[in-house]
Design a protein around this ligand. Structure first.
Ligand SMILES: Nc1ncnc2c1ncn2[C@@H]1O[C@H](COP(=O)(O)OP(=O)(O)OP(=O)(O)O)[C@@H](O)[C@H]1O
Ligand SMILES: [Mg+2]
Length: 159
């Protein structure tokens, strides 16, 4: 049984995240999508809202589990009996930070590997922050996020 953890703020989940989830899900027996709750930036969506949107977006994928955690990622992964951490890489700008995190996590727990999945070229420009900025300015976010959560995001920014 090989279990992997895909951590993130998912504030909210985007089509870029969903693409990574689908591609990782075929590589491991179970993928635990883990919403970070000790987020230094204050999230726009609550932990419960973020989890609910991920669940809606991954309906029909049967080896996905969605949960949240705070504290150290490697401790969470170990508690979940997962020895793989999955990360997505969009551009050189993601690399520096992810490289440092991967090495630090390896130092903290050498039995856990970080695996990087390259972005789908269609989503290389896509981030949660970008989605929120566009939604807050009344722009169209269709094709940027799963259709099933479009309305949830619009509702958040409607006033
Ligand atoms: N479009 C994308 N393609 C591939 N990987 C992505 C994409 N967006 C995010 N990821 C990856 O998903 C993980 C979680 O990302 P995170 O929740 O921080 O999203 P984000 O879009 O970067 O959000 P924010 O805009 O708030 O920084 C990270 O490993 C990140 O590199
Ligand atoms: Mg980011």
């Amino acid at each position: 049984m090989q279990r992997a953890v895909y951590p993130g703020s998912f504030d909210p989940i985007t089509n870029g995240h969903l693409d990574i989830i689908k591609r990782a899900a075929v590589m491991y027996d179970e993928l635990v999508v883990a919403v970070v709750t000790n987020y230094s930036k204050k999230p726009t969506f609550s932990t419960e809202e973020r989890i609910a949107m991920i669940k809606k977006s991954t309906e029909g994928l049967n080896n996905i589990r969605v949960t949240n955690f705070d504290g150290l990622l490697v401790d969470f992964a170990a508690a979940e009996k997962a020895n793989i951490i999955v990360k997505g890489l969009r551009a050189v700008s993601d690399f520096e930070y992810e490289f440092q995190m991967a090495l630090m996590n390896k130092k903290l727990r050498k039995d856990i590997e970080t695996i990087f999945i390259m972005t789908n070229y269609k989503y290389s420009y896509l981030s949660s922050s970008m989605v929120k900025e566009i939604a807050s300015l009344g722009g169209c976010i269709k094709d940027l996020v799963p259709d099933s959560i479009l309305q949830d995001i619009k509702n958040k920014f409607k006033d």
